[in-house]
Design a protein. Sequence first.
Length: 342
Amino acid sequence: MARVQILGVSKRYPGRGRDAAEVVAVDDVTIDVASGEIHAIIGYSGAGKSTLLRLVNGLERASSGRILVGDHEITALSESKLRGVRAGIGMIFQQFNLFHSKKVAKNVEYPLIVAGMPPAERKARVAELLDFVGLADKADAYTDQLSGGQKQRVGIARALATNPGLLLADEATSALDPETSQEVLALLKRINAELGITIILITHEMEVVREIASRVTVMDRGRAVEQGEVFDVFSAPQTDTTRRFVATALPTAPDPEHLDELRQRHRGRLVSLTFRDGDVDQPVVFRTLAERGVGVSIVHGGITDVGGRSFGRLTLELIGDDLKVEHAVAALGQEADLEVLA
Ligand code: ADP
């Protein structure tokens, strides 16, 4: 429900020790997150993601630039005013950050106590929240009796307690196994869709971005190096950092070693085709080959979903006499994003 504007924001830390250079953890970053959007910030360790998140909820002060969450200018508020605004910003963490010696219900109730809600109302609200995250039967369990996925659900219920317009997720699924990660991501999607809460999540996992985000910012050494719709950024990466992330979760052309192996087994011409949703028509590709009397077998790659659209990269072996293959490659090059693997 809240739009978040990060406008030319930097955070510099003094260097440690004498003459040490200062660290520019966040370097002139601008991100405009629309109300109701799920925005992922992806980057390797040290890229500045968590610093940026701490600036958004005002746990740290920006060195320069402005941050607005809804109508509140976070970078201009006093510490006491910030405390009020923070009730409108939920946060979940990689390590869940629960009170282990307290029951599940108490953990979820805590922010409501801080907000001064009367006990009877609190009880009803906690029940409603636990029901929403599928833990109605765990109210009286201690958090250390729960699985990782259940702990994160408690963290989510607690973060939602005060009806925030913005949810910040700090590597929320990085400590979970793949299946549990999927469940938690599905819950975050539901929160976004049903409650309209804006979500900013930071992650080093491409899979998370692919699953859940609509827009993404790629960070590298403090800077926002790429930004846009998830599909656009990952189907046509512009920087090496983005290309490295893409290679972890999307089908790629074979690397040189694998290409050598493929050549041992496939004598025909190898070409790599990139399919972007709405851009290349698969039937046209296969018809073009058939019409020219060229046989085809798929030897590597695949098709997958990115930001709700399909993206694929297939390595094809083209089989037939040289001239026919030559013509087919020329014709395909007109219709598709094609690379001949030399
Ligand atoms: P990420 O979350 O992407 O791993 P961080 O925001 O934690 O990145 O860190 C970005 C850079 O800022 C790193 O070089 C880190 O060492 C530095 N940094 C973070 N917090 C501090 C701090 N409190 N004091 C000094 N340097 C810091």
